[in-house]
Ligand binder design. Structure first.
Ligand code: GLC
Length: 427
């Protein structure tokens, strides 16, 4: 059963009146899942399999696609201490923001099982010594390209952003001359939300311009490499990227690319399974590579670290069953199924050597370093103020992309704002 967000909010409003009723078996567990691409279907299938195995029932609650909107919804429900949702799918950047509402899973999940997962993600999910969530899938930004068109135009997979800009321009001009006036060079996520923070961190880090806030808490975003990176991205809007990119999220970009109307796309790995599905117009014509690097000294290939975890609410009446569902969904077998069917990156390292996984998603092998070394957003240092940091950052970038001020002016103002927010870098 899938409940809508609207229904959920109504339920959240009446939450405080709901009382216990936990039984040892045959309980109903509610889990919030994302609905980007195949997410909801895969979550529903996994949850149903657990329900069948245990004799419980599961209600899957679909949440907004935008990570930013989802956070606002969760904060609303959790701050009312609502027990409507037992298991929360949470973003890799949220343990510091939401962790106080979640059960410490470490005493309930075997150490051997925890040790199967990438240690960096376990550390990320550990707040004050408590494991607030189990890793479910990891993410990193990657470059999708039309292999057929690169071949047709005699182009290589771009190594640098300048090469990408030129290749996108060449293919776009050619395709438009050939009659497709809706064809674009490069699509990505330019809307003012968390996804833009991910894209812009990639530009800046790939130019050697740091990570907005350094690990020691100092504000580093106002530097020449970062300015050059954001100005370059602004130059794409209305040239190789449609102005509509300023409102694209992941699915917006995928819609254009998968319908055959773009040469390149920045997205997460989930887009692979969909681009390769039987009804995809670009099936068999897509390649995946690491994102380009900046040309100047210090430039490097990089991708932003993303990913989702499963957490159990402190306010759940059925914590034992909820923990069991988390154990099931984050297991080797379930992560393997999700990797093969939906190209969701496992957080269990051994799955990167599983032949069936590598056959379904070859780049899990070839780009493993990109996933392991992905650049983290400054969520650990910013803690519960991360969302304010990120929204100040994406707004400064979005203004620049929209032509309201250049990167030098906007990143300078951002620096002042972040210094204030961090109380002088002391957080
Ligand atoms: C993906 C990532 C997540 C990120 C979001 C931004 O879902 O896994 O970490 O915050 O995209 O749109």
């Amino acid at each position: 059963m899938t409940r809508t967000v609207h229904g959920l909010l109504l339920a959240a409003a009446s939450t405080l009146a709901v009382s216990g009723g936990a039984h040892a078996q045959g309980v109903e567990i509610s889990i919030s899942c994302g609905a980007v691409g195949l997410e909801l279907t895969l979550c529903q299938e996994g949850a149903n399999a657990w329900a069948e195995e245990t004799g419980n029932t599961v209600q899957v609650v679909s949440t907004p696609n935008s990570s930013t909107d989802r956070l606002a919804l969760y904060q609303q429900i959790l701050s009312a201490q609502g027990g409507d949702i037992d298991v929360y799918q949470i973003d890799v950047i949220w343990p510091g923001i939401l962790g106080s509402h979640f059960v410490d899973l470490a005493p309930h999940i075997e150490q051997e099982t925890i040790d199967q997962h990438f240690d960096a993600i376990i550390q990320n999910n550990t707040i004050d010594g408590e494991l607030k969530a189990m890793p479910w899938f990891t993410d990193a930004g990657i470059l999708y390209y039309r292999s057929d068109l690169l071949e047709e135009y005699g182009l290589e997979v771009p190594e640098t952003w300048a090469e990408l800009t030129n290749a996108a321009q060449t293919i776009m001009e050619g395709e438009r001359e050939g009659g497709n006036d809706r064809f674009w060079g490069y699509v990505w996520q330019g809307r003012a939300y968390e996804g833009l923070t991910c894209n812009a961190l990639e530009w800046i880090d790939s130019f050697g311009g740091g990570t907005i806030v350094a690990d020691d808490g100092s504000i580093t975003v106002n530097n020449p490499a970062a300015v050059a990176a954001v100005d370059l991205a602004a130059s794409w809007v209305g040239t190789i990227s449609p102005t509509g990119v300023l409102n694209y999220d992941e699915e917006g970009a995928r819609g254009v690319f998968q319908s055959g109307n773009a040469a390149f796309m920045r997205n997460w790995p989930y887009a692979w399974a969909l681009a390769q599905s039987d009804d995809s117009p670009v099936k068999g014509k897509v390649g995946v590579a690491v994102l380009p690097r900046g040309e100047a000294e210090g430039g490097k290939h990089t991708g932003t670290l993303g990913g989702w975890q499963l957490a159990v609410s402190n306010y759940s009446d059925n914590q034992e069953e909820a923990i069991d569902l988390v154990r099931y969904l984050t297991s080797y077998e379930e992560q393997k199924r999700r990797a093969i069917e939906g190209s969701y990156n496992p957080t269990i390292e051994a799955l990167y050597e599983d032949e069936e996984v590598l056959e379904a998603v070859p780049f899990f092998g070839s780009l493993k370093d990109t996933f392991v070394n992905a650049v983290a957003r400054p969520s650990r240092i910013a803690g519960d103020r991360y969302n304010e940091v990120s929204s100040a950052f994406w707004n400064a970038v979005h203004s620049t992309l929209s032509g309201s001020g250049d990167a030098a002016a906007n990143l300078d103002a951002l620096e002042t704002e972040l210094i204030r927010l961090s109380r002088g870098g002391r957080w």
